[in-house]
Design a binder for this molecule. Structure first.
Ligand code: MN
Length: 229
């Protein structure tokens, strides 16, 4: 047994629908601008440029139904609903045709973003971490196993705030589908079991305020809900 000078941190994890066991989270990778309409609303050309990635810490994950405190140092907290891919089998240089074999399951997550800090970082050529990788920035609904639901390539994805739909799209609109995202990510990073990939958000991102109730879902995958406390 290794001795540690401090108690080791708990394993970050996310719930699994209908099971008491939890999915251990190793890393969180996120794809930027993977729906054309969202790329346009962010002022970018949605041409099929290679996907780019950023990360959040594993313990940014928050279970469904949480009350998430409004984060510090921002006046523009945005919601981004996304299909979350849970990696069950790791690998490097994964071929697109084999990529889905590495998927354990899927969930609906929200890439919470301090948009003002992200935009300031963009303007200054600085890293995005303070805008994207803050505490409790990755609420994620219960995962479902690919062996039960298959590998969704189409289906409505939406998010509502206080009952009003803000974001709406379809998984079929992903510029880079899940298999391509896995293949491309695995060229730069050896994927490991427990990694999550947030695959990008459809158009309609917007600001959240204290007291807002956020609810979203992906057809055939599941839902996510939380409140900004
Ligand atoms: Mn995002």
């Amino acid at each position: 047994m290794t001795d540690y000078v401090l108690p080791p941190p708990p394993v970050a994890s996310v719930a699994i629908a209908g099971e008491s066991a939890r999915f251990p989270v190793r890393r969180i990778f996120c794809v930027g601008r993977n729906y054309a309409a969202h790329a346009r609303e962010m002022g970018k050309d949605p041409d099929r440029e290679p996907p780019f990635f950023f990360t959040k810490p594993a313990d940014a994950i928050v279970d469904d139904g949480a009350a998430i405190p409004y984060p510090p140092e921002t006046a523009n907290l945005h919601h981004e609903i996304e299909l979350v891919v849970a990696i069950g089998a790791g690998g490097a240089d994964i071929a697109p045709a084999r990529a889905l074999d590495h998927v354990w399951g899927y969930g609906a997550g929200v890439d919470l973003t301090r948009r003002d800090l992200q935009n300031a970082a963009k303007d200054l050529g600085r890293p995005w971490d303070w805008g994207k990788a803050f505490d409790r920035s990755a609420p994620c609904g219960p995962l479902r196993r690919a062996r039960d639901i298959g590998h969704p390539s189409s289906g409505r994805i939406w998010l509502a705030v206080n009952g009003a739909v803000r974001q709406e799209g379809d998984l079929a609109e992903l510029i880079w589908p899940v298999a391509d995202v896995i293949a491309i990510a695995s060229r730069s990073m050896e994927l490991k079991p427990g990694d999550l990939i947030f695959t990008g958000t459809p158009a309609g991102v917007g600001a959240l305020a204290r007291g807002d109730r956020v609810e979203g879902a992906i057809q055939g995958v599941g839902g996510i809900s939380f409140e900004i406390a």
